[in-house]
Design a protein around this ligand. Structure first.
Ligand code: TYM
Length: 336
């Protein structure tokens, strides 16, 4: 069985960007394919500590899993949910892959450049983070990794490390699908990048200070609707998908498509020829508010115990699979 795998850090409450870029696509894929694929959903808690954590990390970890359930994830015997730090093989393989990766390729990672801001005082975890991510993926022979566009470079790095390793030692790792294949598998036309509502040239990010820039999953539906109504657009007076000339309008069309599950092209066609930005904002605001209302209602009903029960099964499974793969790698290197 092929494996679909993803993880979302648990530093804080998530944004609509996390939700539409990774969480909802993963839930839809899991529900569609979990009879024929293995589905691994894990919380990269070790990745979470590269930067400051808002609130209590353990609570955030449990809440992150609740988010998947509230978004409609159906759990069956092929769906495994686990915490990265409860599977020590991730850190162990990360070290081994550190000895395969080069400083050059790792230094080229855009997220590292952005997060380190070129400062030597940045922690080494920020530099090493894509290698740990490669370990997360390669330990389970994952083929498909539903993620937002900002993580594509890390998938390419994981692929390169797997290919380099296999060239040296034989076929130890499954090579994850290329980003073009990932996009196809996710059923979208290009990588998903939800934009900052006030500054749509940038991606929506939890670290942006201006509250109107981002929708948090904890925002009330009404507050979220207001933020959409306040989104920056342009003065061209046409509703067209053009990320360069009209990033604000394109972002709204993208949000509408992802929430409704309607292909982006169809949403674009529906609005073609329309000129009233207020109408589009009203529609998208209602969609976001409706989605959040349903999501939050379900979220409130999920107990911590339910999540802890899922971890129990998932971590037993994950340790079993990961330790077997790690042993193969250790043998290849002559460590065993
Ligand atoms: P993280 O926690 O920063 O983000 C989680 C997921 O949310 C997506 N995302 C977005 N997608 C679209 N538009 C946005 N504005 C937006 N903001 C965030 C991210 O692309 C990501 O998919 N390194 C990863 C976590 C990780 C992981 C892994 C993922 C660790 N190991 C193995 C997959 C496989 C991260 O920091 O994502």
């Amino acid at each position: 069985m092929k494996t679909i795998l993803t993880g979302i850090r648990s530093n804080s409450v998530l944004t609509l960007g996390n939700y539409l870029g990774a969480l909802l696509p993963m839930v839809r894929l899991a529900n569609k394919y979990s009879a024929e694929y293995t589905v691994n959903i894990f919380v990269p808690d070790l990745h979470s500590i590269i930067s400051e954590v808002d609130g209590d990390l353990r609570e955030n970890i449990v809440r992150t899993v609740k988010y998947y359930l509230a978004a409609g994830l159906l759990v069956n015997k092929n769906v495994h949910i686990y915490r990265q730090s409860f599977v020590p093989a991730h850190s162990e393989l990360c070290w081994i892959l550190d000895c395969v990766a080069t400083m050059g390729e790792t230094s080229r990672m855009i997220q590292y450049k952005e997060k380190s801001k070129g400062q030597e005082s940045c922690n080494v975890g920020i530099f090493n983070y894509p290698i740990l991510m490669a370990a997360d993926i390669l330990l389970y022979d994952a083929t498909y990794v539903p993620i937002g566009e900002d993580q594509f470079q890390h998938i390419e790095l994981a692929r390169n490390l797997a290919m380099r390793f296999n060239n040296r030692f034989g076929e130890v790792f499954t090579i994850p699908a290329s980003t073009a294949e990932q996009v196809k598998f996710m059923g979208v036309s290009e990588g998903i990048r939800i934009r900052d509502l006030l500054n749509p040239e940038k991606k929506m990010s939890k670290s942006t200070v201006a509250d109107g820039s981002k929708i948090m999953l904890s925002d009330s539906p009404e507050r979220a609707r207001k933020k959409i109504m306040g989104a920056t657009t342009d003065s061209l007076g046409r509703i067209k998908f053009d990320m360069f000339a009209q990033p604000g309008i394109s972002n709204l069309l993208q949000i509408e498509a992802l929430i409704s599950g309607v292909p982006l092209q169809d949403v674009i066609s529906t609005w073609a020829g329309e000129t009233k930005y207020g109408d589009l904002k009203k529609k998208v605001g209602e969609s976001v508010a409706g989605e959040l209302a349903t999501f939050q209602e379900k979220l409130a009903k999920i107990s911590d115990e339910e999540v802890l029960g899922l971890f129990e099964e998932g971590e037993e499974y994950a340790n079993d699979v990961a330790n077997k793969k790690l042993f193969e790698v250790q043998k290849a290197f002559g460590l065993r």
